[in-house]
Design a protein around this ligand. Structure first.
Ligand SMILES: [Fe+2]
Ligand SMILES: [Fe+2]
Length: 275
């Protein structure tokens, strides 16, 4: 029989200015479940477990880092930490986290990206990007942000502006899709060898798919004149793409310039000249 965990705070109150923890289950050779309670500013780690583990934030306000920038976590969205991988969990608001360790068990299938590049990371300093192709793509990002602002305005208008929404949806499905495909063709394969399974590059690829899915939904909503779908898909697409662009501008592109070899940067330059 299972019981929902209704109120973690009654099980484990949030300590002022610190961290407390409680083991909920510890079966030898099997799963280990731990409840962590962190006050704002408290950190758990750096720590590495021999086995894969999962972190499940029970509220917003947590971020994780694996040696790089902090990545914001989404409430109730588990992330997988590979075995042997050191990580630090930080609370930006008071709350509870479940920690699962898969002792002797196969880890749960990972969905999405474990180490998300986050809004926290995206809010970091913008790196000086000098490569001509990256600069061109950053200019395309500016055009995409302008498209999103127009789409947002059209969705919020009363009555809502169907023609304007259709125009911006077509732009997302054309210009932005081509931009994303160019990144996947010319840049991402050069970055892949620098990362393992849980890479910010696969995170970017996933977001391209997610955005594309939402744009198709938006276009289908327009065909069906289904305002609920249009507003929902449009609003989600705006959020995802704005965040995606911030991460690329502030994290991925500057990182690419630092990481790539002169030969790989030359490859990018050839792609720029041929485009
Ligand atoms: Fe991009
Ligand atoms: Fe992208």
């Amino acid at each position: 029989m299972t019981y929902p965990l209704q109120d973690c705070a009654s099980l484990l109150p949030i300590p002022k200015g610190g961290l407390d923890s409680m083991t909920l289950m510890d079966l030898p050779g099997s799963t280990f479940i731990h409840l962590l309670s962190l006050d704002k500013g408290a950190a758990y780690g750096p720590i590495a477990f021999p086995e894969p583990s999962q972190i499940i934030p029970l509220a917003p306000g947590f971020a994780v880092s694996g040696g790089g920038p902090l990545s914001a976590l989404t409430a109730h969205e588990p992330i997988l930490i590979p075995g042997q991988k050191a990580f630090t969990l930080e609370a930006t608001a008071p709350g509870h986290v479940l920690l699962l360790r898969f002792r002797g068990l196969a880890a749960a299938e990972e969905e999405g990206c474990s180490f998300r590049c986050s809004e926290t990371a995206a809010a970091g300093p913008t790196g000086p990007v000098t490569h001509p192709l990256l600069q061109r793509w950053m200019a395309e990002h500016e055009a995409a942000l302008a498209c999103l602002a127009r789409l947002e305005e059209a969705l919020a208008a009363t009555p809502w502006d169907g023609q304007a929404v259709a125009r911006e949806a077509a732009w997302l499905g054309g210009e932005v899709k081509a931009h994303n495909e160019a990144e996947e063709q010319h840049l991402f394969p050069l970055l892949d060898p620098h990362f393992g399974d849980h890479s910010p590059v696969s995170c970017m690829r996933d977001e391209h798919r997610e955005l594309w899915h939402l744009v198709l939904q938006l276009q289908e909503g327009l065909r069906q004149e289904d305002v609920t779908t249009i507003v929902k898909a449009g609003t989600q697409a705006i959020g995802i793409l704005r965040n995606h662009i911030a991460k690329e501008n502030n994290v991925l592109y500057p990182m690419a310039e630092r990481m790539l070899s002169p030969e790989d940067l030359d490859r990018l330059s050839r792609a720029f000249q041929e485009a």
